[in-house]
Design a protein around this ligand. Structure first.
Ligand SMILES: Cc1cc2nc3c(=O)[nH]c(=O)nc-3n(C[C@H](O)[C@H](O)[C@H](O)COP(=O)(O)O)c2cc1C
Length: 318
């Protein structure tokens, strides 16, 4: 049966409110953002990648990345690393106790990550990738994998990789339809996401370049995937979640950004609040006519009160 965009889906026994997911985005998918998209209909939203090994330091940075509370109904964390025993320890740790789903990063193409044998490097070391999935599964949690389609067009390994994920116990796979060499540019190659979907029985999600309802429907249709995962365009336009999941909303960019400001102020120190809100506002301002003149004012704002004033001008008028 054809999967419906926006419908509910079960992953490893956990019911998600929709099959439109929010990707992990380093530097972006903090607790306030995840809460916002969950409320707008996202089926799940992941923390940005967190070093599995780095958890042992339990420092301020980790605390901030892992911040969550009861308002976030489904808690999903993404881990980065290369050593199965380290993953097992992390997955079973107290720090990750609140999280129901653990995603394993097997798609990051950043050179220093790949050099360390992490991220997309694991697609070329399937026996290690398999051990990592098994290690995470021993925590008893639901485990997903996020990967690409291969190193380059000559080395597409996604079909075999998807089978390995399934036989190692993964509950779901998200396939970013680009190769490692494509980084974040170029049209995603949906035919290879289809190949992954056809190769396994566990749910497969399509990721890459989805910036509208038309694109999401096209991705579902061309890949046969069980759902889609938004990334950059989900950050730029969170209202897409409401649209793709057919949830009527009266929210506007102004109400969203003001709510995010209040929420971030509750959870983070002022500097972190300013960094996050400026980043979010810049994305919200993309393609919004007449907002350019406020950019300098926004970047110069040095306190939450000042930022609040500028946001009113930018989005109040928009
Ligand atoms: C700034 C940035 C940060 C990212 N951080 C992560 C991350 O922490 N973990 C991950 O698996 N992918 C990460 N990605 C990849 C995205 O989740 C996604 O797979 C990719 O952007 C393709 O989707 P898109 O074309 O819809 O943006 C990141 C991408 C960008 C641009």
């Amino acid at each position: 049966m054809k999967n419906q965009l926006g419908g509910e889906i079960t992953i490893g026994g956990i019911r998600l409110q929709s099959n439109v997911l929010m990707a992990p985005l380093a530097g972006y998918t903090c607790f306030p953002f995840r809460l916002m998209v969950e409320r707008l209909g996202a089926g799940s939203a992941y923390t940005e990648m967190v070093s599995a090994d780095g958890l042992k330091y339990n420092n301020q940075a980790t605390t901030k990345l892992l911040y969550t509370d009861d308002r976030e109904k489904l808690k999903c964390v993404q881990l980065l690393g290369s050593i199965p025993t380290v993953f097992e320890k992390a997955a079973k740790s107290e720090l990750l106790a609140p999280f129901q789903i653990i995603d394993i990063n097997m798609g990051c193409p950043v050179p220093q990550v790949v050099k360390a044998g992490e991220g997309v490097a694991l697609m070329e070391d399937m026996s290690k990738a398999s051990k990592i999935i098994e290690a995470c599964k021993r925590s008893g949690k639901v485990v997903s994998v996020k990967c690409r389609i291969g190193r380059n067009r000559e080395k597409i390994v996604i079909e075999e990789f998807a089978r390995m994920c399934e036989s190692s116990g993964a509950d779901m796979i998200t396939v970013h339809g680009r190769t490692r060499d494509m980084m974040y540019e170029g049209e995603p190659l949906y035919e290879y996401i289809k190949a992954a979907k056809d190769a396994v029985k566990i749910p497969v999600f399509a990721n890459g370049g989805i910036d509208s309802k038309d694109k999401a429907e096209c991705a579902m249709q061309q890949t046969g995937a069980d759902g889609v995962m938004l990334a950059r365009f989900g950050f730029e336009r969170p209202l897409l979640f409401a649209e793709l999941t057919n949830r009527p909303t009266t929210e506007t960019k102004l109400s969203l950004v003001m709510n995010q400001l209040a929420l971030a102020t509750e959870c983070f120190d002022e500097l972190s609040v300013l960094i996050y809100i400026k980043k979010l506002s810049s994305y919200f301002m993309k393609k919004l006519p007449g907002t350019k003149r406020y950019k300098q004012e926004l970047y110069k704002a040095g306190s939450v009160a000042q930022v609040r004033g500028v946001l009113g001008k930018i989005f109040g008028e928009a």
